[in-house]
Design a binder for this molecule. Structure first.
Ligand SMILES: *[C@@H]1O[C@H](CO)[C@@H](O)[C@H](O)[C@H]1NC(C)=O
Ligand SMILES: *[C@@H]1O[C@H](CO)[C@@H](O)[C@H](O)[C@H]1NC(C)=O
Ligand SMILES: *[C@@H]1O[C@H](CO)[C@@H](O)[C@H](O)[C@H]1NC(C)=O
Ligand SMILES: *[C@@H]1O[C@H](CO)[C@@H](O)[C@H](O)[C@H]1NC(C)=O
Ligand SMILES: *[C@@H]1O[C@H](CO)[C@@H](O)[C@H](O)[C@H]1NC(C)=O
Ligand SMILES: *[C@@H]1O[C@H](CO)[C@@H](O)[C@H](O)[C@H]1NC(C)=O
Ligand SMILES: *[C@@H]1O[C@H](CO)[C@@H](O)[C@H](O)[C@H]1NC(C)=O
Ligand SMILES: *[C@@H]1O[C@H](CO)[C@@H](O)[C@H](O)[C@H]1NC(C)=O
Ligand SMILES: *[C@@H]1O[C@H](CO)[C@@H](O)[C@H](O)[C@H]1NC(C)=O
Ligand SMILES: *[C@@H]1O[C@H](CO)[C@@H](O)[C@H](O)[C@H]1NC(C)=O
Ligand SMILES: *[C@@H]1O[C@H](CO)[C@@H](O)[C@H](O)[C@H]1NC(C)=O
Ligand SMILES: *[C@@H]1O[C@H](CO)[C@@H](O)[C@H](O)[C@H]1NC(C)=O
Length: 750
């Protein structure tokens, strides 16, 4: 698994960061004129992303920069960086680099991660990171790499490599020869065609290997012979027509997860997994398989927990023996096979340990009435079947069920007694059915319900009190999803009845709302997360209902029509810790600065405003879409020409220092607008004199953390650090033990 890699990564990062931060004074932290800089945890982040840069502002960088984020600019070449820079992480996704050259990275002794995904890179110097002894992550996905001769990289410390979608057609036998520590490798989306015996041989530490969509037809018998530590293998989206499966997986004694989805597999030999005794998850979906073969194949897998046979065109009738030897399975996915109730009745009978069963998309019009025989069955998915109510009655005996998904099942009527015995139900999904006229008392007996999903149900009214018993409070019911219903709301009156007074999470996204009445949440004042994304709210006046939500923590107003919003509008919600506002047509005016100052100074955390600054999600390895969603405002386009950037210096705000420039676009990120606006900070909210002090050149000095917070953070980090070092020590000893008795190398030519 990735876990060990993540831990190691965290420790290395912490280790290095602590080494410098405790070395006396924090050095002066500079910030390039075009960028925004701040602390993320205890690390200095220089965020120059999405800034239309053509060059890296080398001279303006702080030598103590921890993360340099240059994603999504137009930079063509890199480095060398200033000597002694202590950069740990370099993010350059979505730029115009064409080469990775050794001299670019000279002297980067502290570098741990580099992300060059989505550039135009054709070649990489194998020894590019020779100066970075702790280099562990390299992301290169989405570059048009040329054919590689000899070793691709020589990095002893490298643990994570993503070279997916790089157009690689061939891997030479030395390709991985000098990155033998690798623990995660993603090769997906390269048209490799075949995997020969020698290619993967150096990767004896590998734990996760992804080769999805590689146009693979053939994997050689001994291709995986040295991958004795592999736990996760993904091979979906290939066309395995010529592979002989009888021994390919024999050398993977630690395999836990195998994905062979959509790979043109017709048959698997009975012994194919005989050495994979730890296999827990097997995905065979979207292959043309015969259920009887499947039974033989999986029958011996003692640890198998989850089997996915979705869309496998399972032969009919489903044999009585189909699962006779697969009795250990706890999760079974049979979605997308045309099944009959009568077959299921016999075929599923041996699966007495079944906890989760998915029968979605099975063309079922009725259900077998044996579900009560599955004593352990907790989760049942029968969504996307053309059900009618006559048979819904057959569910009635399922009194143990905790999760039932009946979404998208053509239900227009549900008999009032359907759920009356399901007193253990915790999550009920009825999304995608036109159920405008639900019967009184339908949910009455669902006294343990925690989550009710009624998305896309054509509902015009929220929830009618009569659906519940009026003498009860549903104390566990904390989540309600009503997304995608074209709700009609009146000028006043609560949306939800008092039975739902424990509601905490409410999703009303895409409900065609232009307002909600001020007393909308009269009975449901415990709400902490309110999602109003994708509606038509246009003025904060229509948000007065917030006054009844003193416990509100997360407010999602993304993709509405708001052009202005001020801290006053959520003054009555003191616990707000996340405000999601991107995708609204914000006007560039001082209310933007006001909200910024509220988050930064009053709440002490700019990250409360989603899209204002770099957050944890932007410092995470392996995300496919590197583009940040930013808070953007627009200058009034009627005023021509566009305003020139002001350089009025306002106390506490960092001015632009370069000569005046003319705007090329009316849209500005909030971060840039706040700096150039000249909007004053509210006097009572100005930062402490030390933090607000700017040096002679106008750089912000010091950190966004106050000194005592700093100390606290450092102490906390030190404790975490020591603990982690201890854990790692133990882990290393264990790992060594585990790997020590390496079996004699197999003679592959034999
Ligand atoms: C980026 O810069 C180029 C010229 O350097 C300019 O033509 C273009 O409009 C700029 N794009 C934005 C979004 O500012
Ligand atoms: C790379 O691997 C080859 C073959 O395993 C070895 O001869 C060579 O010394 C290695 N080079 C480096 C820089 O590690
Ligand atoms: C994948 O293989 C098929 C036939 O084996 C071939 O027609 C196709 O061009 C290949 N795709 C790529 C991207 O190489
Ligand atoms: C696979 O298992 C069989 C017996 O179950 C054993 O004889 C054989 O050596 C194993 N193969 C490998 C490569 O471990
Ligand atoms: C189930 O296992 C038994 C004993 O191992 C074996 O005889 C039988 O053939 C197996 N049945 C199927 C359908 O795999
Ligand atoms: C609700 O459940 C109770 C106890 O299980 C049962 O006695 C009662 O009949 C049920 N109510 C309805 C309307 O079915
Ligand atoms: C609630 O449902 C009852 C019938 O079940 C109906 O008479 C009443 O008008 C509904 N109330 C609302 C507000 O829709
Ligand atoms: C609540 O009312 C329903 C019918 O409306 C009844 O079946 C149930 O027993 C009542 N529960 C309590 C706790 O009074
Ligand atoms: C959405 O609301 C508008 C009025 O606010 C109405 O004209 C329109 O029909 C509604 N759309 C749907 C799908 O109900
Ligand atoms: C909020 O929940 C608490 C229990 O967590 C409950 O006592 C209280 O009545 C609820 N508040 C409202 C307004 O319903
Ligand atoms: C500016 O923002 C508006 C909406 O906020 C958007 O419609 C427009 O496309 C943006 N213009 C540019 C050049 O990005
Ligand atoms: C600010 O603008 C004035 C003219 O408007 C100019 O004289 C001055 O040099 C500018 N200051 C900076 C730091 O660019």
């Amino acid at each position: 698994m990735k876990a060990s890699w993540v831990i190691l990564h965290a420790v290395l990062a912490l280790h290095i960061s602590l080494t410098w931060s405790f070395n006396g004074e924090l050095a002066e932290l500079e910030c390039p004129d075009d960028c925004d800089c701040h602390y993320f945890r205890i690390n200095w982040v220089t965020d120059c992303s999405d800034s239309n840069l053509t060059e890296i502002p080398y001279e303006e960088l702080s030598l103590n920069v921890y993360v340099l984020d240059l994603n999504n600019n137009r930079i063509t070449s890199v480095g060398p960086f200033p000597a002694d820079i202590k950069m740990r992480r370099l993010q350059m996704a979505d730029n115009l680099m064409t080469e990775v050259k050794k001299e670019s990275f000279a002297g980067l002794n502290y570098l741990i991660d580099a992300d060059f995904s989505g550039n135009m890179i054709t070649r990489v110097d194998p020894d590019s990171f020779d100066d970075s002894p702790g280099f562990i992550t390299f992301e290169l996905q989405g570059n048009p790499l040329d054919k590689v001769e000899g070793p691709f990289l020589s990095i002893k410390s490298l643990l994570y490599l993503d070279i997916s979608n790089c157009g690689l057609k061939y891997l030479n036998p030395l390709f991985f020869a000098n990155i033998t520590a690798l623990s995660t490798l993603d090769l997906s989306g390269n048209p490799l065609g075949v995997i020969d015996n020698k290619v993967l041989e150096p990767l004896s530490s590998l734990e996760t290997l992804k080769m999805n969509d590689c146009n693979l037809t053939y994997i050689a018998n001994y291709a995986f012979v040295s991958l004795e530590n592999l736990k996760n293998l993904e091979l979906s989206g290939n066309i395995f027509t010529t592979t002989d499966w009888s021994s390919v997986f024999d050398y993977l004694p630690r395999l836990e997860y195998l994905d062979l989805r959509y790979s043109a597999i017709k048959q698997l030999p009975e012994t194919v997994f005989s050495n994979n005794t730890y296999l827990r998850t097997l995905i065979l979906a979207q292959n043309e398989l015969n259920s009887f073969d499947v039974s033989h194949t999986v029958g011996k897998l003692q640890q198998l927990d989850s089997l996915d046979l979705s869309f496998c065109n399972l032969s009919l009738p489903l044999s009585e023996d189909a699962f006779v030897n697969a009795t250990k399975i706890r999760s079974l996915y049979l979605s997308g096979n045309s099944l009959f109730a009568s077959d299921l009745l016999v075929a599923l009978a041996p699966l007495s340990h079944l906890e989760k069963l998915s029968l979605s998309n099975c063309g079922l019009t009725r259900l077998p009435d044996t579900f009560h025989n599955f004593k352990s069955l907790q989760e049942l998915d029968i969504s996307h079947n053309p059900l009618d109510d006559a048979f819904v009655k057959l569910l009635t005996p399922l009194d143990k069920l905790e999760y039932l998904n009946m979404g998208y099942s053509n239900l227009s009527y549900i008999a009032p007694t359907s759920f009356s015995k399901m007193t253990n139900m915790r999550r009920l999904v009825l999304s995608g059915n036109e159920v405008n006229n639900l019967e009184a008392g339908l949910f009455g007996n669902l006294t343990r319900l925690e989550s009710l999903e009624l998305n896309f149900c054509g509902l015009r009214r929220a929830i009618n009190a009569t659906l519940f018993f009026n003498n009860l409070t549903y104390t566990d019911l904390t989540e309600l999803q009503l997304a995608g219903n074209p709700l009609h709301v009146s000028k006043s009156g609560p949306l939800f009845p008092k039975q739902l007074s424990r509601l905490e999470n409410l999703d009303l996204s895409n409900c065609n709302l232009t307002f909600l009445p001020p007393d909308a949440f009269y009975w449901t004042r415990n709400i902490t997360t309110l999602v109003l994304r994708g509606n038509h709210f246009s003025t904060p006046n229509d948000l007065r209902f917030l006054e009844l939500l003193p416990k509100l923590e997360v407010l999602d107003l993304r993709y509405n029509n708001l052009s202005t919003f001020s801290p006053k509008d959520i003054a009555v919600n003191p616990n707000v810790e996340k405000l999601k506002l991107i995708g609204n047509p914000w006007k560039c005016d001082c209310s933007v600065a006001e909200l910024w100052d509220w988050a930064n100074l009053e709440k002490g955390n700019l990250a409360i405003l989603e899209g204002s600054t770099i957050g944890a999600e932007h410092v995470t390895v392996g995300k496919t879409n590197k583009r940040k969603k930013l808070l953007v405002c627009s200058y009034d386009t009627n005023k021509q020409p566009l305003p020139i950037i002001m350089n009025k210096t306002v106390p506490g705000r960092r001015p632009f220092i370069k000569p005046q420039r003319v705007l090329t676009s009316t849209n500005r990120t909030w971060a840039k607008y706040v700096r150039e606006s000249g909007c004053e900070q509210p006097a009572n909210l100005q930062r402490s004199p030390r933090a607000a002090k700017t040096d002679s050149e106008g750089h912000l000095r010091g950190s966004e953390l106050e000194p005592n917070t700093w100390a606290a953070a450092a102490i906390k980090a030190a404790v975490v650090y020591i603990t982690l070092m201890a854990i790692i020590g133990i882990a290393f000893v264990l790992a060594k033990k585990r790997r020590a008795p390496k079996t004699a190398a197999f003679d592959k030519n034999n």
